[in-house]
Design a protein around this ligand. Structure first.
Ligand SMILES: [Zn+2]
Ligand SMILES: [Zn+2]
Length: 296
C-alpha cells in the first residue's frame, strides 16, 4: 500500500513537472532548448546502438535531431548533432574549458539549428550569436582540429563579429598553440575573478599559468596608450596575443606591429587539491568526534 501511494505521489509530481520528467522521453539540460531552424519543432534526444564498432563512439551513442522525423511519414532535413559535439560546441561558445550544465542552463535560452554545422544561440541576457562548427568524418586529426581552430579564430576576430567573451580566441598559448579559455572563480567575499588559461590538457606539457582578466585589460589599455580598456577600440586594433613565456604576453596589432608586456602570473590551484583539503578536513573532524565519543 505504501508503495502504491509513493508511486501515485511520484506520478503527480512528474505530471506537475511536465515534459521534463515524463517517462519514456529522454531528458537532459538540452530538452526543449534546441529548436529546428527549418520547421521550428523541438530537437529530441535519441540513443542508438553503435553497430560500427570501429568508430570511437562506444557501445551506444546519443544524438539530437528534429522531432518532426519522429512523426510517421514526415521528414525534416535539418540534420542531427551528437550530444558530445553539442556539449563541446556549447563549451566553446560559453568560453568554458569543458561543458558545464549549470552555466549552460543559466546562460542559454535557446539554440536554433537550421542546418548541420550551424547553431544560433539565444542567451538569457537577450544577446544572440551564430556559431559554426565542422567535424572531419574520416579522421579527427590534430591538424584538422588546428585548421578548424585557425579558421574559427580568424572569423571570430573579424571586426563586428559578436563574441560571447571579449577575449575568446584572442590569446594563443606560446607552448602548444591552443586558445586560452576563461575560468571563473568565486572568492570568499562573493566577488567573481575571471582568469584565462591555456585550454589544452596538462598532459600536453603546458604549465597551467593564467592571466587575470583585469590584468589583461590593464595591459591592453597600456599597449594601446589608453587610460582605460575600451572594447570597441580593442576589437578594431588588436588581432591576437601570444604567451611565449609564463610571464610574458605579446600583443599583435592588426597593422602588423607588436608590443610585449610582463605580467604577474596566476597559478591555477588544481581542483583535486581543493577536494583533497575538504576531504582531509572531514576525516579530521570524524576522527575528533570518534575520540570524543570514547572519552565520554
Ligand atoms: Zn525540422
Ligand atoms: Zn598550451
Amino acid at each position: 500500500m505504501e508503495t502504491y501511494q509513493a508511486v501515485q505521489a511520484e506520478i503527480a509530481r512528474r505530471r506537475e513537472l511536465g515534459v521534463f520528467a515524463s517517462w519514456g522521453i529522454n531528458t537532459s539540460c538540452f530538452t526543449s532548448k534546441i529548436k529546428c531552424g527549418l520547421c521550428s519543432a523541438s530537437f529530441v534526444r535519441n540513443t542508438r546502438n553503435n553497430w560500427a564498432k570501429t568508430s570511437q563512439l562506444g557501445e551506444r551513442y546519443t544524438f539530437y535531431g528534429c522531432g518532426t522525423n519522429k512523426r510517421k511519414g514526415a521528414h525534416c532535413s535539418s540534420g542531427t548533432i551528437r550530444e558530445e559535439v553539442l556539449k563541446e560546441e556549447c563549451a566553446k561558445v560559453l568560453g568554458l574549458p569543458e561543458f558545464d550544465e549549470e552555466t549552460f542552463s543559466e546562460w542559454v535560452k535557446k539554440i536554433t539549428i537550421p542546418a548541420p554545422g550551424i547553431m544560433i544561440f539565444d542567451f538569457t541576457d537577450g544577446t544572440s550569436l551564430e556559431h559554426h562548427w565542422s567535424r572531419n568524418a574520416k579522421k579527427d586529426s590534430w591538424t584538422a582540429e588546428r585548421r578548424k581552430a585557425v579558421s574559427e579564430y580568424r572569423r571570430s576576430r573579424e571586426p563586428g563579429w559578436k563574441c560571447y567573451n571579449t577575449f575568446t580566441h584572442f590569446i594563443k598559448c606560446g607552448h602548444c598553440g591552443a586558445n586560452y579559455r576563461v575560468q571563473t572563480h568565486k572568492r570568499v567575499d562573493g566577488t567573481i575573478v575571471r582568469s584565462w588559461y591555456c585550454s589544452s590538457p596538462t598532459a600536453a606539457g603546458c604549465f597551467k599559468v593564467g592571466i587575470r582578466e583585469v590584468t589583461l585589460k590593464t595591459l591592453i589599455a597600456d599597449v594601446m596608450g589608453l587610460p582605460d580598456f575600451d572594447e570597441e577600440l580593442f576589437n578594431q586594433q588588436l588581432a591576437y596575443a601570444t604567451v611565449p613565456a609564463d610571464n610574458e604576453i605579446v600583443f599583435h596589432f592588426r597593422d602588423g606591429h607588436e608590443a610585449s608586456r610582463i605580467f604577474v602570473q596566476k597559478r591555477q590551484m588544481p581542483r583535486q587539491t581543493e577536494e583533497r583539503k575538504k576531504h582531509m578536513s572531514e576525516v579530521i573532524k570524524a576522527k575528533w568526534r570518534e575520540r570524543h565519543a570514547k572519552n565520554d
